[in-house]
Design a protein around this ligand. Sequence first.
Ligand code: TQI
Ligand code: ZN
Ligand code: ZN
Length: 166
Amino acid sequence: DYAFFPGSPKWGYFELTYRIESSAEPVGGFTVEEFEDALGRAAIEWSDNSMFTIEEAAGGVEPSIRTGFHRGDHGDGFVFTNPTLAHAFAPSDGRMHFNADKHWSINDTLTRDQFDIVWTAIHELGHVLGLDHSVDPNAVMFPTVDPGTTKRNLGGDDIQVLLNMS
Ligand code: TQI
Ligand code: ZN
Ligand code: ZN
């Protein structure tokens, strides 16, 4: 959806920080520790493959990215309905929300009803950085969910698009 990113908005700097701010508890007992782990891995994947560094915000620091679990109508005008896993806003908004009603997993072995939080976090961070969807099926930014499968490494296309954004 190209209209989501009018004018190729950019951050203007490359050292980004994030903080967890949830308004809902995820179903299925998914813990804050697992979420922190997933975000850390997603942040490393982009940090290792781009000019961005993405780290957890230290106390008292204003984070660039605010992420967390939310349910249904959570006040930003984008109501979570069943098929939606997560959504993120274009730069330099920084909001990245995960649907608390989905069954999330940090493990790369998934049951049929689970979704990989690491994959989803890498994908949503891509939107936060300013990337739209890719038509390359190997890209993390390819907009198709395969339940029960994972994709935890950036494809050449993801990295190429990002380099062309700077
Ligand atoms: N959420 C959509 C997404 O992140 C929301 C969306 C639709 C969107 N069009 C957009 C966000 C354009 C930014 C720009 O793509 S989702 C996947 C994937 C979703 C989908 O819940 O459908 C992933 C979230 F790629 F697997 F289909 C994460 Cl990884
Ligand atoms: Zn939201
Ligand atoms: Zn997407």
